[in-house]
Design a protein around this ligand. Sequence first.
Ligand code: ASP
Length: 437
Amino acid sequence: MVKVLKFGGSSLADAEQFKKVAAIIKAEPERRYVVASAPGKRFLDDIKVTDMLYDCYKLVKANQPIDDAFKLIEDRYNGIIKDLGMKLWLQPEFDRIKNAIVHHAGRDYIASRGEYLNSMVLAGYLGYDFIDAEDGIFFKENGTLDEEKTNEELTAILANHEHAVIPGFYGVMPNGTIKTFSRGGSDITGSIVARAIKADIYENWTDVSGMLMADPRCVENPKVIETITYAELRELSYMGATVMHEDAIFPVREMGIPINIRNTNAPEDNGTMIVPSVESNKVDTIITGVAGKKGFSVICIEKDMMNSEVGFGRTVLEVLENHNLCFEHLPSGIDTMSVVVNDADFLKNKDAIINDIQRRTKADSITVNGGIALIAVVGRGMAGSKGTAGRLFKAIAEGDINIRMIDQGSSELNIIVGIDEEDYVKALNAIYHEFVK
Ligand code: ASP
């Protein structure tokens, strides 16, 4: 059995956290490959090393000296090394990196050094080998991950190491320059490593005991989700509920490797298991989670006899496509068609889009309702369980909330309701408390 573990920035923010991490890794011999983030925040107003590195990049761009800013970064690592009682001398690495930054190294290279250095420290502390991500994670010319080459080469490299620490967040471009994933991308590295070694499980260690059934800023004390399928996770993270980088599920999903979200500060908690599928008899709650987002508009298009007009929908969607606008949902009536769009993209070109729809469809009327929030109620237990929608709408009605739109995915995995933004928190609570006792 092989386990791949990824530790986030807060799990590796100082020596105390390093000690917890080492205890977790050493507790099980299967925990052989570790992906590390850069040191994160130790307290609320602290600055992550990745952000300190981005600051150095900005200073160089502005022709400012980086000595003071870079010294703070050296101090972070030296502090950890000293407090761990290690004899590790990173000065040559610091000098090389600082020199590269001063000589206008790329932004991604600079940002990636946080993971690079931290992984060296962790490898030294654990007595594990250090494998540089630039030797095993490859991007294509267009900036996307070269899955095939990465998998092949990384598998071969890992086979030569019984135990290793690999820095998260970056890989290498065909021309040899360093490229990072987007922020939080060490989660993706962990998933790539788990796939390459065909791990039995990918443990993603963070500072919460799993994914919550609802946003704790809106619902008081929501329960932890014990088990969630990849598909459910996609639905919830699309609506903004995230415990890890969205793209991190893809590499492991392909191979059916489960992800276990765990808490470095409470390792006794089971956390959340993210799995390919769950036997239907194992469904313990009807809903798995509820999540939502504000900032949507509904474009409602009315035209008599629309239902018999071949190509009407295509014309509307073509207008959106021409304006490079994605649509979220398409709830439709007989003579009406509604398109739910994201305000961030829609409002930039609102008038032109509406004019184009009008011109192309000769609609009787087009109205736009802004200020809409969408809430996704997600649960594999909803499929085949009668009355769920009824309970949901009753709960919302009893909360005195007007529903502006309803959409149920054909997989019956989710029901999406559109409501006014001001009803958002009230609706989340009404739904959560209806299904979670
Ligand atoms: N250190 C990087 C960031 O702050 C990547 C990561 O932690 O996953 O985004």
